[in-house]
Design a protein around this ligand. Structure first.
Ligand SMILES: C[S@@+](CC[C@H](N)C(=O)[O-])C[C@H]1O[C@@H](n2cnc3c(N)ncnc32)[C@H](O)[C@@H]1O
Length: 283
């Protein structure tokens, strides 16, 4: 449960390629936010229904480039949001976007290593942690910090990806049917964490555990093709020669931007993934 695991959504903060990794990760997160905007709207709408009053102060834990921060700002139009992240590059992008959207008065980024504890913050109504808690060295400690930061009745939303998005049809036209499934099987990070007991240990009362099934049909806008390309490239980089050569050639064919089978030229791409949210309340 820390950032040294080899998985495509895990930025490697501590080695010499950290800057390049951060740029690639930031691009992926920004595309994720764009392509999955409807899902994010559904999720924040649901949190609004679960909240006992309109959230005025929100904390985004491990905000990245602000996928959650901006979705929350759109939903809760009076809220002030504090985005906490370890990465200055992520926070730089987040504050540039906040400024471009005229949201700088409502959104502030604070560089924080949550492994070192929580920063001093005002009490909040909603804490959001998407695809971030599993990066923490001691998630229980981070959850205890979230509990301490929330007012009684405040809500915590922990979201994790059940599996990395899939894009390709079984037959991609270059032979090797099922290639994408084999890529995922090769990189299998194991079952996602179930946060239920962690939340209870921190003192939260669970409100709900809700899977969101994302299944965007073809044809998709250009951002989805770019998202597929960035995600598949990231998978490619983690394969380390573990995929059969014919599958690797098929993957190269869909990643070749100019090639006839490129993800950028296909009209049969879909986006399939599932994300689960645990909503819990501080009693
Ligand atoms: C996969 S990204 C998710 C970003 C965002 N929540 C989203 O849903 O797009 C995980 C984020 O957690 C941040 N992170 C990892 N370890 C952290 C730590 N110890 N303290 C603060 N942030 C951390 C990373 O810098 C990265 O931006």
């Amino acid at each position: 449960m820390n950032s040294t695991e080899t998985h495509p959504f895990h930025p490697h903060q501590n080695h010499t390629g950290a800057d390049a990794d951060a740029v690639a990760m930031a691009e992926l997160l920004e595309l994720d936010a764009e392509v999955l905007r409807a899902y994010l709207s559904e999720l924040t709408g649901w949190l609004g229904e679960l909240s006992d009053r309109e959230p005025g102060r929100i904390v985004d834990l491990g905000s990245g480039t602000g996928t959650g921060t901006f979705a929350l700002a759109r939903r809760f139009t009076q809220a002030r949001i504090t985005a906490l992240d370890l990465s200055p590059q992520m926070l730089h992008r987040l504050s540039k976007k906040a400024s471009a959207l005229g949201l700088s008065d409502r959104i502030r980024g604070v560089r924080t290593d949550l492994n070192e504890g929580w920063p001093q913050l005002e009490t909040s109504d909603l804490v959001w942690a998407a695809a971030s808690l599993h990066h923490m060295a001691d998630p229980d400690r981070v959850l205890a910090g979230a509990f301490g930061n929330l007012r009684p009745g405040g809500l915590l939303a922990v979201t994790e990806m059940d599996f990395f998005p899939r894009f390709l049809p079984d037959d991609i036209g270059v032979g090797r049917p099922g290639m994408e499934a084999r890529v995922h099987a090769t990189l299998n990070p194991g079952p996602p964490v179930d946060w239920t007991e962690h939340l209870a240990r921190a003192g939260f009362v669970r409100e709900a555990r809700r899977p969101f099934v994302i299944d965007l049909p073809a044809p998709l806008p250009a951002a989805a093709a770019r998202y597929a390309q960035v995600c598949l490239r990231k998978l490619h980089a983690h394969l380390d020669g573990r995929l059969p050569a014919d599958d690797l050639a098929a993957l190269d064919a869909v990643l070749d931007g100019d090639g006839p089978h490129s993800v950028l030229r296909r009209d049969d791409l879909t986006v399939r993934t599932t994300r689960t949210t645990w909503a819990a309340r501080r009693p």
